[in-house]
Each structure stands twice: as structure tokens, then as C-alpha cells.
Design a protein around this ligand. Structure first.
Ligand SMILES: Cc1cc2nc3c(=O)[nH]c(=O)nc-3n(C[C@H](O)[C@H](O)[C@H](O)COP(=O)(O)O)c2cc1C
Length: 132
């Protein structure tokens, strides 16, 4: 099992309708490609985690990287993991509430993950909260 975690800063004109479209297309493709994961959005950025067979994840990430809705996209982590962490979620999505932190939002999502994967995602979220 292979995973990629990245951060994306979307272009300023990307709104809720665009995000709905991204989720719809993404979920459809991810089901077909046996990819699962998360897309968490705060007021400025997306944090996405994708997992599946290495080929499928890399092909999907290559397609996402070319998407012109990003202003910038930064891979944070990629490589093998022991098992699928989010078997039920083609792409779980959360919008971080105005009074909430990315860390709290991610913490809700990683409850059933292996400890090392949970810590990794929480550390990325914490770093983002500090930078926000
Ligand atoms: C922040 C963000 C996250 C995305 N996540 C996914 C994803 O998980 N899976 C996916 O197939 N496409 C995702 N996309 C969309 C891809 O960039 C691309 O538009 C899409 O895969 C093209 O699919 P199509 O050829 O079926 O139209 C994402 C786009 C953005 C901007």
C-alpha cells in the first residue's frame, strides 16, 4: 500500500461549487482506481491524503498536480505504508470550521488509523495551524 500526502493552495477564485465538483469527480475516479483518502480544507489550503496501489496513486497525483485550480502544490510525504487506513472513504472531506483548527479536524478523521500514520497527518496539520 502506497500513500501520498500533499498541501495545495487553491487559486483565490476557487469556491464551494468548484470544491463540490472536485469531490464528485475525485470520488468517482478514486472508486474506479481503488484509491481512498481524505481532503481537508481550511480557509486557505487543502490537505489531501491518498492511498492505494502505487501506480494508481502516482497516476492520480500526477493528474491532480496538473490541475490548474492550484496556485501551488507541495508534496509532503510519499511512500509505502503497512495497510489501507481509510478503507471506507473514496475521499472523505471536511471543511475546517472558522473556530476550529486543522489539527482538531484531522484528529476526528484519524481515530481508526495506525498510530504512525495518525501522528504523521496530525503533525502536518499542526504545522499548518502554526503557519496560518
Ligand atoms: C485539491 C484537489 C484534489 C483533487 N483530488 C482528486 C482525487 O482524489 N482523485 C481524482 O481523480 N481527482 C482529483 N482531483 C481532480 C483532478 O485534478 C482532475 O481534475 C480529475 O482527476 C480529472 O478527472 P477526469 O479525467 O475524470 O475529468 C483533485 C483536484 C483538486 C484541485
Amino acid at each position: 500500500m502506497y500513500r501520498i500526502v500533499y498541501i495545495s493552495t487553491p487559486k483565490p477564485d476557487i469556491g464551494p461549487a468548484d470544491v463540490a465538483g472536485i469531490l464528485e469527480t475525485g470520488r468517482k475516479n478514486n472508486i474506479r482506481n481503488e484509491i481512498t483518502g481524505l481532503l481537508v480544507q481550511d480557509s486557505r489550503r487543502f490537505l489531501q491524503y491518498l492511498e492505494g496501489e502505487q501506480d494508481a496513486v502516482e497516476t492520480t497525483f500526477a493528474r491532480i498536480s496538473c490541475d490548474n485550480r492550484h496556485l501551488a502544490i507541495i508534496p509532503l510525504k510519499m511512500g509505502l505504508i503497512g495497510r489501507r487506513q481509510f478503507p471506507d472513504w473514496a475521499m472523505a472531506s471536511r471543511l475546517v470550521g472558522i473556530n476550529n483548527s486543522l489539527e482538531n479536524t484531522v484528529a476526528e478523521l484519524v481515530k481508526n488509523c495506525d498510530h504512525d500514520v495518525a501522528i504523521e497527518l496530525l503533525d502536518f496539520a499542526k504545522a499548518r495551524d502554526r503557519a496560518a
